[in-house]
Design a protein around this ligand. Structure first.
Ligand code: NAI
Ligand code: XMP
Ligand code: K
Length: 498
């Protein structure tokens, strides 16, 4: 029996302090396996398994179709936001479910009689597709490549005059490897991927994409539904109209629904959980957000399949300042998961993740997955374009409770209902460019595996066993210990993570 050292979680988190990830530190355990032997396979909900514990947040600057596709391709999942009309949210889900490759081309369509005004029209795609309707909802007639258009003498001519009609395409069911082989073998610059069902162009795959994706770490096991399509989640609210919204989302193929509120322990959520469970018994429901055991018990009793934990911990959140309600995220995750684990309900640690070490702590303190907003919002798969500010590439990131997001939401959801008083619980800001998720997530997960190895946990389950058996030992870091734990006393340094 080893000498008593450090505190077990149940003692550390019962002293009346609200701790966040940075306040606590895990003491190392015993290593008898390699980093590569660490398996991060986990559960999002009672019935949904993921090969990575990563979830993207339902925010309008984080998760639309490109994010959902990339997250699922990596083995995590994206939750599509609902700050829009139900038809738009359903379209994001349909689009993500129709893809098999983590690409993010923003396709441009023209009808045969349209012309192309400027090279700027090719900004997001190397080619422009021509269909009868001028949108994706009809069969592909031809393609115009940017370099071909630039060589034209009469640029005002309708595209039908010069489009390339016998375009080579591949079925949208192709995997990355199949499509890459096809493109390389035929020496193509780009390859449209076309739905076998109706001939619609689902995506376009370029030579650059092949090279880019081949330069990233190998994709792990993707998150797929029973038909082999990517798993995609969707968020909704708890109002009457959200029931109608949900009907459209389920038709579009949503695999799981998140009831998105800042304080989930309400009659509105409990009623909605019951409605969803009665109407769609096959659909898993994630409720929240919550931070206490009491809140957890209520939602578990109502029949939730997972709990989303975090109130005011998010990078853009001002809830604790405005409402004086919430909890330090480490305490919240530990307390909720202690109750939820007794009923087999997985916990999603939502908000406050800015480093791989935070992910290690969240999972070690009982969470099965982490949900991230700011960590992912600077990736190329997040919605919106990059801007350059002070020589840095940045992307906009905003809270869903910011005035700006609420105004947009009310316009879309409540058809311009501006009569309600709105008080912000979030801010509008920006985050730094992080490149593609296809690189960011594998490196981050490798760092998490290194943390697990140090702890002596070869899986998320074994980390939870160490926690519950009190073998996991923790301590609170003083302010000085936190400074010591970071980089210090250097005149100059460059921090490059991978
Ligand atoms: N995790 C966090 O710390 C926080 C997250 N947020 C995010 O901001 C967004 C908005 O959050 P909330 O303001 O909590 O949204 P919400 O729509 O759940 O709640 C807004 C207000 O409407 C009320 N309400 C909900 N359903 C109702 C019904 N059926 N009938 C009557 N009243 C009803 C609620 O009680 C609340 O007062 C969400 O995306 C949320 O995730 C906002 C603040 C904190
Ligand atoms: O108090 C809040 N006001 C807001 O406007 C807001 N918008 C999002 N969220 C929550 O923050 C989480 C993302 O946090 P991170 O950027 O730290 O990952 C998200 O997943 C949400 O739980 C909000 N909280
Ligand atoms: K905060």
């Amino acid at each position: 029996m080893a000498a008593e050292d450090g505190f077990p979680a149940e003692r550390l988190f019962n002293q009346g302090f609200s701790y966040t990830y940075d306040d606590v530190i895990c003491l190392p355990g015993y290593i008898d396996f390699s980093t590569d032997a660490v398996n991060l396979r986990t559960k999002l909900t009672r019935n949904i398994h993921l090969s990575l514990p990563c979830v993207s947040s339902p925010m309008d600057t984080v998760t639309e179709s490109s994010m959902a596709v990339a997250m699922a391709a990596l083995g995590g999942i994206g939750i599509v936001h609902y700050n829009n009309q139900a038809t738009e949210q359903a379209a994001f889900i349909r689009s993500a479910k129709s893809r098999h490759i983590p690409l993010f081309a923003d396709l441009i369509f023209k009808s045969p009689s349209d012309s192309i005004d400027s090279a700027g029209e090719f900004a997001t795609s190397p080619c422009i597709f021509v269909t009868q309707s001028g949108n994706s909802k009809s069969k592909l007639l031809g393609v115009v490549g940017k370099s071909d258009w630039e060589k034209l003498s009469d640029k005002d001519a309708p595209v039908s005059n010069y489009m390339f009609e016998s375009t080579v395409s591949a079925p949208s069911s192709y995997t990355f490897e199949q499509a890459a082989t096809f493109l390389v073998a035929r020496k193509l610059d780009y390859l449209p991927l076309v739905s076998e069902r109706d001939g619609e162009v689902v995506d376009v795959f370029t030579k650059d994409d092949v090279e880019r994706i081949q330069g990233y770490p190998a994709l792990g096991m993707p998150s797929l539904d029973k038909d082999g399509n990517f798993l995609v989640g969707a968020a909704i609210g708890t109002r009457e109209e959200d029931k109608l919204r949900l009907e459209q989302l389920v038709k579009a193929g949503a695999d799981v629904v998140v009831l998105d509120s800042s304080q989930g322990n309400s009659n509105y959520q409990i009623e909605m959980i019951k409605f969803v469970k009665n109407t769609y018994p096959e659909l898993d429901v994630i409720a929240g957000n919550i931070v206490t055991s009491y809140q957890a018990q209520n939602l578990i009793q109502a029949g939730v399949d997972a709990l989303r934990v975090g109130m005011g911990s998010g990078s853009i959140c001002t809830t604790q300042e405005v409402c004086a309600v919430g909890r330090g995220q480490a305490t919240a995750v530990y307390k909720v998961s202690s109750v939820a684990s007794q009923s087999g309900v997985p916990v999603i640690a939502d908000g406050g993740i800015s480093k791989s070490g935070h992910i290690v702590k969240a999972l070690t303190l009982g969470a099965s997955t982490v949900m991230m907003g700011s960590f992912l919002a600077g990736s190329s798969e997040a919605p919106g374009a990059y801007e350059v500010q002070g020589g840095r590439r940045i992307k906009k990131y905003r809270g869903m409770g910011s005035l700006e997001a609420m105004t947009k939401g009310s316009d879309a959801r409540y058809l311009g209902d501006t009569s309600k008083l709105k008080v912000a619980q979030g801010v509008v800001g920006a985050v730094a460019d992080k490149g593609s998720l296809l690189k960011l997530i594998p490196y981050t997960m490798h760092a998490v595996k290194q943390g697990f190895q140090d702890l002596g946990a070869s899986s998320i389950d074994s980390a939870h066993k160490l926690l519950r058996s009190n073998e996991l030992r923790l301590e609170v870091r003083t302010g000085a210990a936190q400074i010591e734990g970071g980089v210090h006393d250097l005149v100059y340094y460059e921090k490059k993570s991978f």
